[in-house]
Design a protein around this ligand. Structure first.
Ligand code: FMN
Length: 185
């Protein structure tokens, strides 16, 4: 068996986390930008809240610091290229949506567009912001949340995109038996 090894450098390459891939869209004073985010996840069910962590060097950072709303589009299996385009290039240098012809559609409640054809889309109102080291956590309440049942979200780990693989079955009856045995002891 391969022994555990110290994660000497806690950077993206060293981490073993697996995340979904969202594209965060913002529109402030007519400037529209789209940024890939793997650090984007639900933070509460009641009320529904979504959090995204935005690094200090991102062009998105000063925009989302001022934005009242933002969009979250969960990328689907045919959209890894969008994750790469919006995650490798900065809106500071290029209008990514135009240059890469990113498919967008207007949102219902927010100014920023959403990624068309995504697995799910959320239109969020900013309810909180808090800086944690290099990243700013922006928490949003979805004003509208829609999903496409025909599309599957993708995963991202250590710089690569993946489709979800084989389900790993868990035998619940073994757990229940262990629980009963523990109670008897
Ligand atoms: C798949 C993927 C996920 C990423 N996730 C995040 C993230 O969660 N937070 C973040 O700040 N940057 C993340 N990045 C890096 C930014 O997307 C990248 O620096 C991007 O160029 C920033 O765009 P902007 O300068 O236009 O805001 C990610 C990059 C990729 C490719």
């Amino acid at each position: 068996m391969c022994p555990m090894q110290p994660l000497a450098q806690l950077d993206r390459e060293a981490w073993r986390f697996i995340n979904s891939v969202s594209v965060i869209t913002v529109c402030v004073d007519g400037v529209v930008n789209a940024m890939s985010a793997e650090w984007c996840a639900p933070v509460s069910l009641k009320p529904p809240l979504i959090g995204v962590f935005v690094g200090e060097e991102r062009f998105t950072r000063p925009l989302i610091e001022r934005a009242a709303t933002f969009g979250v589009s969960l990328l689907a299996e045919d959209q890894a290229w969008i994750g790469r385009a919006c995650g490798r290039y900065s809106g500071r240098a290029v209008n990514k949506i135009e240059a890469f012809r990113i498919p967008i559609e207007p949102a219902h409640y927010i100014e920023a567009p959403l990624i068309a054809g995504a697995a799910a889309q959320f239109e969020c109102r900013v309810v909180d912001r808090r800086a944690y080291g290099s990243h700013l956590l922006v928490v949003g309440e979805p004003l509208r949340a829609v999903g496409n049942p025909a599309k599957r979200a993708i995963a991202y780990s250590r710089g690569r995109f993946y489709a979800l693989g084989t389900e790993i079955p868990v035998d619940e009856s073994v757990l229940e038996a262990q629980l009963l045995e523990g109670e008897r002891r």
